[in-house]
Write a protein that binds this ligand. Sequence first.
Ligand SMILES: Nc1ncnc2c1ncn2[C@@H]1O[C@H](COP(=O)(O)OP(=O)(O)OP(=O)(O)O)[C@@H](O)[C@H]1O
Ligand SMILES: [Mg+2]
Length: 412
Amino acid sequence: MFQWKLWGTDMDSFDIVDKVFENATKGNRLIKNSDVLKLDYIPNKILYRDIQTEKIASVLSPVLNMIKPSNLFIYGKTGTGKTMVTKFVMKALEGKKNNDKIIISYINSRTSGTIYRVLSDIALSLKIKVPFTGLSVSEVQKRIFSYLKENEIRLLLVLDEVDFLVNSPLKKDAGNDLLYELTRYGSYADSNSFISIIGISNDIKFKDYLESRVYSSLHDEEVFFTPYSVEELKDILKERANIAFIDNAITDDVINLIAARSGGEHGDARRAVDLLRVAAELAERENAKKIEIRHVQEASKNMEQDKVSEAISSLPIQEKLVLLTIVSLQDTENTGHIYIKYIKICENLGIQPLTQRRVSAIINELDMLGLISAPVINRGRYGRSKKISLALDKSTVIKTIKEDETLKSLNL
Ligand SMILES: Nc1ncnc2c1ncn2[C@@H]1O[C@H](COP(=O)(O)OP(=O)(O)OP(=O)(O)O)[C@@H](O)[C@H]1O
Ligand SMILES: [Mg+2]
């Protein structure tokens, strides 16, 4: 009997999986080229970035005559095409240079993670062998410089997301030192070898992190990437949809909605392309003939939830506890009420509570992150207080918070 039941369940699961696979192979494929929707895809036709493309190419072009290009700083908000355009120009230069003394290296400072890794990645791109750990930063730096000098290498070094080298108090000095040494290399090495730095950042505070001597040499030349307008995003999306989908898979209405949703805050082409991809995948999964408005709405909701979940799960435990307290209260509350409830929850979990002052500071942080809304209300002669409420969907918050080991036992 038990055996039979197990067998029966297996058959059901088999049917489910089979149906999914069947849909995937035989179903109505809307996407004919999924690579085109990936975030690292570099289109052959880049729209609305002619000025930036030309400026970057012209600053770097002296390298083709073995002359040191000025250092270049590229900035602009997220999703404005900085990485894409830079990689496009790099690829074109790579095809033109015809000289192995010219090397173009691309390093993403955030993915490299540490100053040591940035240096060892630079070494790797030059095919210099360095161990993953064990050497000092200055030793790796010395090896890179002597390799460049001995081999008369002209290095174009792209440091993408360069703010990650200096944007925390822990890294700030070492990051500034590294950038300083890299910019200085050209001035003491002879002219047969140099490094030109192409720094990229979307952080407007980047300047504040830099020592002035580093700032001025990194900014020999600058290129700014403007946010896209909704109209521009529409054209970018149409271009992408043309090569990604089969004919008639999407209408202008749907494209317009995606553009409007992605251009709202600042024209972010990454969000636009992402939304296009997620909506198309949803439509395919349900075997729809077309990508419809409702697919975009659902995709947008899913993406929003993913973003919120990510923000919440990376909060420290006390921040999660305060957020949890706010979730567990029915209505809008002031700091005093929240603190009383917070103490109870801490007692329940056997966690040492923070002072009311610290909790107040956490409430401000959560407000700044957009997770709660906490405007100051003027109560006339009773003074001023905060009206605190959750700015998000309650169930998403609870679900994410309960993923935390310490908090999952809580009854909400
Ligand atoms: N003009 C454009 N034409 C076509 N696609 C574009 C254009 N601009 C950006 N994209 C697309 O948008 C996405 C984001 O672009 P990119 O990675 O270059 O942004 P970014 O400015 O480097 O952002 P971040 O500061 O977050 O790194 C890419 O997938 C790219 O394909
Ligand atoms: Mg980028």
